[in-house]
Structures are given as structure tokens and as C-alpha cells.
Design a protein around this ligand. Sequence first.
Ligand code: AR6
Length: 177
Amino acid sequence: MSEISDRIRIHTGDITKLKVDAIVNAANSSLLGGGGVDGAIHRAAGPELLAECRTLNGCRTGDAKLTKGYRLPARYVIHTVGPVWQGGGKGEAELLASCYRRSLEIARDHSCQTIAFPAISTGVYRFPKDEATGIAVGTVNAFTQQNSVPESVIFCCFDEQTAKLYREAVAALGGAR
Ligand code: AR6
């Protein structure tokens, strides 16, 4: 785990292993599971997670909903629905920023001090990674400047290439202060 500022960290690895108050899931609007990080989270959490998700009536793109973490080390899962990349002219950037903001608001409202995000929309949903990283870092940085909770935000990168992009984006903000 590299500590970039006192509030924002970058970690390379599997988000399902993190013992934090909340991990964020890059879900789809059904909230009923899928591949990628969504599949990994459901596998690690166990079938009780899907059962709770069935009670939520889905989720709109750009919004987020909270469940318990069940067999995960994380206490909660915050399920958010990123935009599918359609070339950039369909409000994708604002919807992606909204995913980060709504997840952080829900975490704050449940007194989560630590939260970990995957790189939402950058897999199956094909959002360009460099632009998505700038949005993720910029939105989280703005939120942490205005809110004291969550105290610590982790960007959980699945590979070293992604972690490098995050380090560059945080450096561009001047250490995320
Ligand atoms: N830990 C951390 N990051 C991960 C993990 C993991 N265990 N597994 C994958 N990633 P994706 P999306 C990274 O496709 O683009 C699902 O089917 C991965 O390398 O999981 O938002 C949903 O149900 C990539 O950088 O999510 C939706 O239908 C990032 O997580 C759809 O995919 C996101 O990739 C959502 O697509």
C-alpha cells in the first residue's frame, strides 16, 4: 500500500481481500451480479449478498446502494453502476464522477472511516483508463476536502499499470492536498 497523502492511498491487488469498512462494487443496474470485480465480490461474499441485492430493486447509472459484506473482510459493500463508454458524448464523465460521489456520501452516512474503490467502468464498460483515473482522483480529492469522513480512501488497482496511472493522477493534483 503506497501512501500518497494522509487521506488517499493506492493499493495493487484484489479488492475482496481488503479489511476496510466498505468496498465499492462496479455493478450493473440489475445489482444481481456479473463478471469482473462484481463476480469476484459475489463469490467472496457468498450467496447472502445476492439475496440482499434482490431486495434493492436495482440501481440507476451514477447512483449507489449499500449492503452488508457477509463473508468479506469488509463490513459493507457499496454497489455503484458506472456508465458504459459510448464515445464520451453521453454524459459518461459526469455519471462516473457521480458514482464516486454517491459512494462516498453513502459511506459517510454509515460512518465508514475506510473505503476502497476499484477502477469503475474501466473493464467491460470500456471507459478509457486515463480519463477515468483523472475523474476518480479528482472527485475523491474534492470530497475529502469537504468531508472528514471517510477518513481514508483506497484506490484498489488490479494491476501495476493501473496503479501507475493513479500515482500520476494524484501527483498531478500536487499530492492530493
Ligand atoms: N479487485 C480489484 N479490481 C478488480 C478485480 C478485483 N478482484 N477484478 C477486476 N478488477 P469490471 P466495469 C478491475 O469489468 O467496467 C460486470 O459484469 C478490472 O481490472 O469489473 O465497471 C458488472 O456486473 C477493471 O480495471 O467493471 C457489470 O455488468 C475494474 O476492476 C460490468 O462488469 C472494473 O472492471 C461493469 O463493468
